[in-house]
Structures are given as C-alpha cells and as structure tokens.
Design a protein around this ligand. Structure first.
Ligand SMILES: Cc1cc2nc3c(=O)[nH]c(=O)nc-3n(C[C@H](O)[C@H](O)[C@H](O)COP(=O)(O)O)c2cc1C
Length: 303
C-alpha cells in the first residue's frame, strides 16, 4: 500500500505477525529509470526477514518494464507483481494501473516485457473487476492466457470504492482460472480482516490465497492465525509505536517527512482511557525524540 507498506512498516509487520508473502508499495517503472531513481529505489529496499517479498511495479512503457524486471531480479526479490488496478487519477492519466483494464495490447506487452527481463521470477498481475461481468470475464481470460503465475483480483471495479468487494465475482474468476490456466494461483482481495475469514473465502470461493490490506490498520497482529482471540496490552501497542517510529527515524532520517508516521498513530494508540488525548499530543510531535518524550511519562490506564 502506497506510503503505508514502506521498508519500515514491512519490517514491523514481518517481526510482529508475519504474512506468507509481503508486497512492496507500488513502484514506478518510469521513475526507476529517471533522474528520480534515488528516491524511487527506496520503495524497493527490503531485508531478509521480509521474505517472501514481492516488488509491485506500475507504468506503461514496455521497455522500462523489461529493465525493471531485470533490475528487480538482480536485487534478489522473490517475485514481481504488475499493478493493473490502481484507480488513482495521476496513474490513470499515464495509461497505467486500472487504465490497463481492457487495453489488451499494452497489458500483454507489459507482461511479456517483465517476463523477458526476469524469466525466472514468479510473476503476478493485480487487477480489479471491469465495469460489467462480460468485460470482466474477457479481461481476466486474457490475463490468464498470459504466462503469469498468479492473478490477484480486488473484487471492485476502478470506479467503486464504497460497495463491499464482490466475492461472487472472485469465485467466478476461480472457475475461469481452473479452465484456462489451472497452474496459476488465484488470490482474492477485498475486505478480509482475519485468518478465519481467509479460510472461509478459500472454502466458499476456492481461492488459493487472500491478500489483506487495510485490516492492518485495525490490528497489527492480524496475520496471526488466531488474531481474533488475542488481546494485547496498551504497553504492547505503545511499544510497537515506539519501535516503529524509532526505525522510521533511523531508516529515513530527514529524507522522509515525519508526518507520514502520523497515519499510524491510530493503529497503536487506541482502546484505552486517554487514547484520544494522547493521540492529540502525539500529532504535534516533529520527530522520534519528541514522540518518545511524550510517551515516557504516560500513565497507562486499562486496556
Ligand atoms: C492507503 C492505500 C494504499 C494502497 N496502495 C496500493 C498499492 O500501492 N498497490 C496496490 O496494488 N494496491 C494498493 N491499495 C489497494 C489495496 O492493496 C487493496 O487492494 C484494497 O485496499 C482492498 O483490500 P483490503 O480491503 O484488504 O484493504 C492501497 C490501498 C490503500 C488504502
């Protein structure tokens, strides 16, 4: 998730409750080979404890996709994922992300280019539903006919951010996959918040796996198999906040705006008496030292 699952947060997740596979933020293939390379490459930093680690890329230039494939293989990633689902206006304007849905020629060229650059790395495509069922079937059939190892399907179309993810359509995609490319994995995505739900989706819809995104904002231990049964103390939450912020500061120094850290405060400072007030105090902190100072004398009340 862009500006969320950076190196630092991935490190926190990997060492707190680790999923089987971790994806980077989406990384611009054009940016990788531009003057902005040094900034863009930060998105592809990883450590051994984050394996299996997959680099997600976006863009629309096959030449850069081939180069990106080669580069990502050299960096030692475990796989590459092409984003063909992002609905962001800036991304769509560049014929990328969800703008590729239905653009068979370019989408095919991008897949082939990555395969050429990284012939030995597993390749997945993450996409969304098209605007109607017929077009979705056509689009997914096309992707599954390509040389990909996994298809990750977010059960919404690019214009829909409010309705629940459509798992019935994800189930139909599984049937399509079994008919067209049974060796590929079909990973469903949308609204899943626990391992128990992952198992339910597997049982009901036959998906080979589930990608989980926003649930991490509700529970940093969401990837524990029994996450719903776990109760964590306030000290544990605040300890994670301190560790996360310290690593953010050590890793990025002044190269990243400290405000990026603030979107995580709600993840850790919650569900105890005084949490709202503490968050207000933390929001004015400008760096790790100020945050540590605010947290030091905090009397903790309940869980
Ligand atoms: C802040 C934010 C950033 C995201 N960035 C990306 C991204 O970089 N690449 C991507 O494929 N999806 C991205 N997504 C979409 C999620 O990966 C996921 O498809 C979507 O949130 C639905 O799954 P969920 O209900 O498990 O969160 C992002 C979502 C959010 C909320």
């Amino acid at each position: 998730m862009d500006d969320v699952t950076d190196f630092v947060f991935r490190e926190i997740v990997a060492t707190t409750a680790k999923p089987d596979v971790i994806f980077t933020e989406f990384t611009s293939t054009d940016g990788l080979f531009s003057r902005g390379h040094d900034k863009v490459i930060r998105k592809l930093r990883f450590s051994e404890c984050q394996r299996s680690i997959v680099a997600q890329i976006w863009g629309a230039n096959p030449e850069n996709f081939e180069k990106a494939g080669k580069y990502i293989a050299e960096l030692g990633f475990d796989g590459i994922d092409i984003n063909m689902g992002c609905p962001d206006k800036g991304v769509i304007k560049k014929k990328s992300g969800s703008a590729l849905i239905g653009n068979y020629k370019l989408a095919g060229e991008l897949i082939d280019a990555v395969k050429k650059g990284a012939p030995n790395l597993p390749l997945s495509v993450k996409t969304r539903l098209a605007t109607d069922q017929g077009s979705t079937k056509e689009w997914l059939s096309f992707l599954l006919s390509k040389n990909i190892d996994a298809l990750i399907l977010h059960g919404r179309n690019a214009k829909d951010s409010k309705n629940p993810a459509n798992w019935e359509e994800i189930g139909q995609a599984v049937e399509l996959k079994n008919a067209i490319n049974p060796k590929a994995l079909l990973i469903g995505n949308g609204d899943v918040t626990s391992y128990k739900e992952v198992l339910e989706k597997h049982k009901t819809y036959g998906v080979d796996g589930v990608m989980v995104g926003r649930a991490i904002f509700q529970d940093p231990w969401v990837f524990e198999k029994n996450s719903e049964a776990l109760v964590h103390s306030t000290e544990k939450y605040l300890g994670l906040l301190i560790r996360h912020t310290k690593l953010f500061s050590e890793t990025w120094g002044k190269t990243k705006n400290f405000n990026i850290m603030k979107k995580f405060f709600k993840v850790y400072v919650r569900d105890f008496v005084g949490a709202d007030n503490l968050r207000i105090q933390l929001m004015v902190c400008k760096n790790y030292e100020e945050l540590a100072f605010v947290l030091q004398p905090t009397p903790l009340v309940g869980v």
